[in-house]
Design a protein around this ligand. Structure first.
Ligand code: NAD
Length: 359
């Protein structure tokens, strides 16, 4: 049976992952969608108990699992610890040890929330973008990196380097995901001025012509892409980008959807993946049962699709979220005066009820 490790973490992390567990328990009682799961301590909660944000026992459980579902880590209580003892360093260590080289960030605009975005609803209509960002190479890791004085002037450098293997593996992730969606990949580069980005374009085209000719492939320069995403967001399906360009474009896409409480994500490697909401531990609202659990629930939906190949379960969860929002139910962060505001538990229960109705 497939194995899942759940690490609720700190702040609102446990509150939002609790809503995911209700959904997992429901699907575990149905034939063909059972997964084995266990929970453990991570981040500040682990520091308080074990003195470290990620201890070896939990790390080994993560290495042994098919997927990890995270809540969030961090908070003021642990802010002044040394860097390697901080909750966030546990997160970086986990990503490194699981070798997750592709970051997945969907930006789906739910119809009933289209007025929460800074774009006009008619421009946003049907927008459902999925950014695949290379996560372990490129300019953030290029060597030699330095900041020093040369001939009395300050100079700093971060080289942008990719080898073809790094491009091939992340391109395959993007094409495979496009096959589960609308069969289109837009690859971003700056091939007109950078050799490394010409390599990116060439390798993506080679991967495409070898194994993915059924997928439509579009190449865009990053500067043009930044405009097109705002101008014609609904024409995009999967966007494939290097570490730096992906970092920027995924936040641009996030802004289209309106709220941090709605954004799921995943970091995937060879047969390993970490699913987590984009938001942090939100210490300002922690313990009040008012957090929006939808980002965590949509991360769970991604897990069923991309780690467990249970597309039907994933689609039911997404549809249940859409139906819940369509019926006017909101948490505080996405609500307005004339809507019914639910707390975190109630939102989790409403989505679960809609799952049961669809099932
Ligand atoms: P944050 O995402 O925790 O919160 C930013 C704002 O958004 C806050 O006002 C918060 O109340 C609101 N918010 C976030 N998620 C929400 C939700 N689900 N429902 C309703 N409102 C929500 O970012 P921050 O305040 O910059 O960071 C707080 C802590 O979280 C820090 O310790 C930071 O290091 C950590 N953090 C962790 C992760 C992670 O675990 N992956 C990511 C980002 C930040």
């Amino acid at each position: 049976m497939k194995k899942l490790l759940i690490l609720p973490g700190d702040g609102i992390g446990p509150e939002v992952t609790k809503q995911c567990i209700k959904i997992i328990d429901f699907f575990n009682n149905q034939p063909d969608s059972k997964i084995e799961y266990e929970e453990d301590l991570f981040g500040g909660a682990s520091i308080d108990h074990n003195g470290k944000p990620l201890n070896d026992i939990v790390l080994n459980k993560a290495l042994d699992a098919d997927a990890v579902l995270l809540g969030a880590v961090g908070g003021p209580k642990w802010e002044n610890l040394d860097h390697e003892l901080k909750p966030e360093s546990g997160l970086l260590k986990l990503r490194k040890k699981l070798q997750t080289y592709a970051n997945l960030r969907p930006g789906k605009v739910f119809k009933s929330l289209s007025d929460a975005s800074s774009l006009k609803p008619e421009v946003l209509k049907d927008t459902d973008i999925f950014v695949v960002r290379e996560l372990t190479g490129g300019i953030y890791f290029g060597e030699p990196r330095f900041s020093k004085k040369v001939d009395g002037k300050r100079v700093a450098s971060n080289p942008l380097v990719y080898n073809e293997e790094e491009i091939v593996r992340v391109a395959k992730v993007a094409f495979d995901i496009a096959r589960k969606r609308k069969n289109k990949v837009t690859s971003l580069d700056k091939a007109n001025v950078l050799e490394v980005m010409q390599l990116w374009r060439d390798v993506v085209s080679e991967v495409h012509s070898k194994n993915y000719q059924d997928i439509e492939l579009e190449h865009l320069y990053i500067d043009n892409a930044a405009m097109q995403v705002i101008k014609r967001p609904s024409s995009f399906d999967v966007i494939l980008a290097s570490n730096l360009f992906g970092d920027i474009i995924s936040d641009e896409v996030a802004e289209l959807t309106g709220s941090l409480g709605m954004l799921p994500s995943a970091s995937v490697g060879e047969n390993k993946a970490i699913y987590e909401p984009v938001h942090g531990s939100a210490p300002d609202i922690a313990g009040q049962n008012i957090a929006n659990p939808i980002a965590a629930i949509l991360s769970l939906s991604m897990m069923y699709k991309y780690s467990f190949n249970l597309d039907n379960v994933s689609n039911i969860i997404e549809q249940a979220v859409a139906n819940t929002l369509d019926s006017g139910l909101r948490t505080k962060d996405i609500g307005s005066n004339n809507q019914k505001i639910l707390n975190c538990n109630e939102m989790g229960d409403s989505i679960l009820n809609n799952i049961k109705k669809i099932f």
